[in-house]
Design a protein around this ligand. Structure first.
Ligand SMILES: NC(=[NH2+])NCCC[C@H](N)C(=O)O
Ligand SMILES: [Mn+2]
Ligand SMILES: [Mn+2]
Length: 303
């Protein structure tokens, strides 16, 4: 990757899911030297601090469901608006917004913030989950299981219209990678809309390097690519500190091979790194690994 101006944007939201601690993710990752490590790769790195909405996640409000069954709806909406504005401002300075979470509902805000500049944005979604539910298909009401659904224009209109009206992504511009725990409504949705999907079995069969190479080819006509990486895509044997672990995931060594390939494309314009929860972690080990992942996104290599 050529040298970029990286804006680290902390997105300490926890409203998209029920477990305390994920709002501490951005600081846990900072404590492992995120800024220093990215700077050592030659990039010009600024840490913009954390984005806060009007509600503070550490006080915990995981009990309010709206009429559509969405939990913490007002909080997620409010946070997403703020994050979208911060991301857009970063883009307007021609910087690379690097959003560190926080739960995965934050991608509603981050990707909405990209959509004014990129009207043909590609997304690589590396995750154990599809996060493509909507108010109808969600088994839980947790909005971190719905960001892709929202960005594709499904479900709650108020969430769909965040930052500006309408869907922010096209079905043909999304690639799901490493998924192994899809809800039945998600499976139907993916098939009906022909969404490109490399399941965990595909990753095992082909290798993550081949999967990423194929994905980049598939997205080659996009005007930019956003990476959204949920740390629960990794195997729980290596990643303790995250809220919805699923066995049989990607190992860190393989993730780094894939990211090394990704880092070579000039189309990569923004990224989210989400779901690090230090309260579920073992001595901040997951945050350490998240920093390693961040380094490889920005061009680190073993030699
Ligand atoms: N970003 C995540 N970890 N998402 C987990 C989602 C789990 C489940 N599919 C749900 O919708 O509730
Ligand atoms: Mn996940
Ligand atoms: Mn996710």
């Amino acid at each position: 990757m050529s040298v970029v101006k990286i804006d680290i944007i902390g997105a300490p939201t926890a409203f998209g899911q029920p477990k305390l601690g994920v709002s501490l993710g951005p600081d846990a990752v900072r404590f492992c030297g995120l800024k220093k490590h990215l700077s050592e790769l030659g990039h010009d790195v600024a840490d913009l601090g954390n984005v806060y909405g009007s509600y503070r996640p550490e006080y915990g409000t995981h009990d309010i469901k709206n009429d559509e069954g969405l939990i913490n709806f007002e909080q997620v909406k409010d946070f997403s608006e703020r994050l979208a504005s911060t991301v857009e401002a970063s883009l307007n300075r021609n910087h690379f917004p690097f959003i560190v979470g926080g739960d995965h509902s934050l991608s509603i805000g981050s990707i909405s913030g990209m959509a004014n500049k990129y009207n043909n944005l590609g997304v690589l979604w590396i995750d154990a989950h599809g996060d493509i539910n909507n108010s109808e298909t969600s088994p839980s009401g947790n909005i971190h299981g719905m960001p892709l659904g929202v960005l594709l224009g499904e479900g709650s209109e108020e969430l769909v219209n965040i930052h500006h009206e309408g869907a922010k992504l096209k079905h043909e511009n999304i690639v799901l990678i490493g998924v192994r725990d899809l809800d039945s409504g998600e499976k139907t949705y993916i098939k009906e809309h022909g969404i490109k999907c490399y399941t965990m079995s595909d990753v095992e069969r082909l290798g993550l390097d081949v999967v990423i190479t194929k994905s980049l080819k598939y997205l080659q006509d996009c005007d930019g690519i956003h990476l959204s990486l949920d740390v629960d895509s990794l195997d729980p044997l290596e990643i303790q500190g995250t809220g919805t672990k699923v066995a049989g995931g990607i190992f860190l060594s393989e993730m780094l091979i894939g990211l090394n390939i990704l880092s070579k494309t000039e189309l990569l314009v923004s990224a989210d790194l989400v779901e690090v929860n230090p309260l579920l972690d073992d001595c901040n080990d997951t945050a350490e690994k998240a920093v390693k992942i961040a380094e490889y996104i920005f061009g680190q290599s073993q030699l």
